[in-house]
Design a protein around this ligand. Structure first.
Ligand code: FE
Ligand code: FE
Ligand code: ZN
Length: 276
């Protein structure tokens, strides 16, 4: 059993987000904490959040995933950019406490030529400054496709970040199926092998969520172009095997496919529920 949902917008409030999820038969969701290209976050309305929490409880939602802005880069060369990363994540994690016990996912960063080692150091350094023993949110490192100088496209790099994080119970991994496939992990022909490798190198206890996307490119393309389920190189059968794999049971699975409407996501969720 998995929790299934899609990326929704939080711009009309939390309650609205829960209603949208319920309307398409989703039991988890993902949202951006602020404009994905950066900028300020909207103030939280405690009444709105309370209504959201009630709806989520009544409808047996699994854990939900907040997604950090794409511009958040802890291993940028520019101090200004690193400061934004620190400020945005600190602020986001404070706001996440309105919906306690959920996940906050971010792209580990791009080292922009400074080298992957240096990138890993800088990412861990920022996490060690931000993570607090009393926070209830688990921060997730997203597996990356490996385009440009992205850090986190191999399980070893993610492990190296986790190794350096002091508060290990506050950190986890969100596996994006499009990204790992683009990074060269063959989840189509060797799903068990990839899951075993994840377990050996990172540890399955760190795997907290999935982004379920098909890929417009073949394995190892390092491109990161999402396709709708069944319309890319991963395909329906492989996706069904992923979503019914016993070692991935209970995880929130979030669609980030190029759907144009809520109804489109509704159709996709319906199709997935039928195929698993
Ligand atoms: Fe992402
Ligand atoms: Fe993703
Ligand atoms: Zn992506």
């Amino acid at each position: 059993m998995i929790y299934l949902g899609c990326h929704l917008t939080s711009s009309k409030g939390y309650e609205n987000m829960a209603k949208e999820a319920i309307s398409i038969n989703a039991d988890t969701l993902q949202f951006f904490t602020r404009n994905p290209r950066g900028g300020k976050a909207k103030a939280i309305d405690p009444e709105d959040v309370k209504r959201y929490i009630d709806l989520a409880k009544e409808n047996n939602f699994g854990k939900v995933v907040a997604h950090a802005p794409y511009t958040l880069n802890p291993c940028s060369k520019e101090e200004k950019t690193r400061e934004f990363a620190f400020m945005a994540m600190s602020d986001d994690l404070e706001r996440m406490e309105y919906i306690p016990g959920n996940y906050y996912n971010f792209h580990p960063g791009s080292h922009v030529g400074q080298g992957v080692e240096k990138g890993i150091e800088m990412i861990a350094e920022m996490l060690n400054k931000i993570l607090k023993p009393e926070q209830t949110t688990t921060v997730l490192l997203e597996t990356m496709a490996g385009k440009g100088s992205e850090v986190g496209s191999t399980f070893e790099e993610l492990r190296a970040i986790i190794d350096r994080v002091e508060l290990k119970d506050k950190i986890g991994v969100c596996l994006d199926t499009c990204h790992v496939h683009d990074a060269g992990y063959d989840i189509v022909n060797d799903l068990d092998g990839v899951i075993d490798e994840f377990d050996r190198i990172i540890g399955l206890k760190y795997l907290k969520a999935l982004h379920i996307n098909d890929s417009k490119n073949p394995c190892e393309a390092h491109k990161d172009r999402h396709a709708c389920i069944g319309e890319g190189y991963i395909g329906k059968e492989a996706m069904a095997r992923i979503l019914s794999h016993p070692k991935l049971a209970g995880l929130p699975c979030v669609l980030e496919t190029p759907q144009e409407s809520l109804a489109g996501y509704g159709e996709e969720i319906k199709m997935i529920r039928e195929m698993i």
